[in-house]
Design a protein around this ligand. Structure first.
Ligand code: ACO
Length: 209
């Protein structure tokens, strides 16, 4: 296998409950499909434009194929596709993608969390755990993220875990039907004395289980 895959990270306790991050499973199909279909309005403005209609792309029958292709990428060391669990229930995803080794040792991170538990610190905790995984077992030097300037909730998450803003990428990504500007944020391992989770705990945003 590749360093950092499969993975089980956390837990960290936040206002919403106990947050764990773990490798995706074939049996996430029902929860994934249910949340993705139900929360379309909450998710679609911020996510890459798909090639087929939302309902079709998130039908339960799509999961096995999607899961297998993500797992294949993970086994090659290109990606770390994980589920976010709140009190043991699937509530979102966090993905480390475009893992590049060699002299770059870099990747991007992205995430979503179901609407019902928003604002309770779940994404913040998951991203902190994901970053510590990247800088620890995975052995990366830099992790970046891109976010639409209008996505204030996600920008707050990125700021809370300590990302630094690097610039504006104009018409960067096809999101919700058009190429949209994105802010580029990044963190390198030198910026993390100790761990991101530790910093979150010290700031009072989370506690150790
Ligand atoms: N304006 C300003 N701040 C806001 C707003 C708003 N309208 N709404 C929420 N926030 C803040 C909250 O106050 C909180 O910050 P605080 O802790 O400093 O008060 C923060 O946003 C949310 O933090 P969490 O509770 O940790 O995050 P949550 O679990 O609610 O998940 C997320 C946030 C992932 C953005 C969720 O809303 C979601 O899935 N949205 C749709 C998909 C999406 O946007 N994904 C991110 C794409 S960008 C990327 O992946 C890098």
């Amino acid at each position: 296998g590749h360093p950092g895959w499969p993975a089980r990270l956390g837990p960290l306790r936040v206002a919403g409950g106990l947050v764990t991050v773990r490798s995706l499973k074939l049996r996430d199909a029902a929860a994934w499909s249910r949340l993705r279909l139900r929360d379309r309005a909450h998710l679609e403005p911020w996510e890459p434009t798909g090639e087929s209609p939302w309902d079709m792309r998130h039908h339960i029958s799509v999961w096995p194929g999607l899961y297998r292709s993500l797992r294949a990428e993970a086994r090659k060391g290109h990606m770390i596709p994980m589920a976010i669990e709140l009190d043991g229930r699937f509530c979102g995803q966090i993905t480390v993608g475009n893992i590049v080794r060699g002299a770059l040792r870099s990747a991007w991170i992205g995430y979503w969390v179901e609407k019902d538990v928003n604002g309770l610190g779940v994404a913040t905790a998951a991203v902190a755990l994901g970053l510590d995984h990247c800088f620890g077992p995975v052995g990366l030097h830099r992790v970046e993220a891109t976010v639409r300037p209008e996505n204030l909730a996600s920008r707050a998450v990125l700021q809370n875990v300590g990302f630094r803003e690097e610039g504006l990428l104009q018409r960067y990504l096809d999101v919700h039907g058009r190429f949209r500007d994105h802010l580029l944020v990044a963190m390198t391992v030198e910026e993390v004395p100790g761990s991101v989770s530790e910093r979150l705990v010290r700031s009072g945003r989370a506690t150790w289980s």
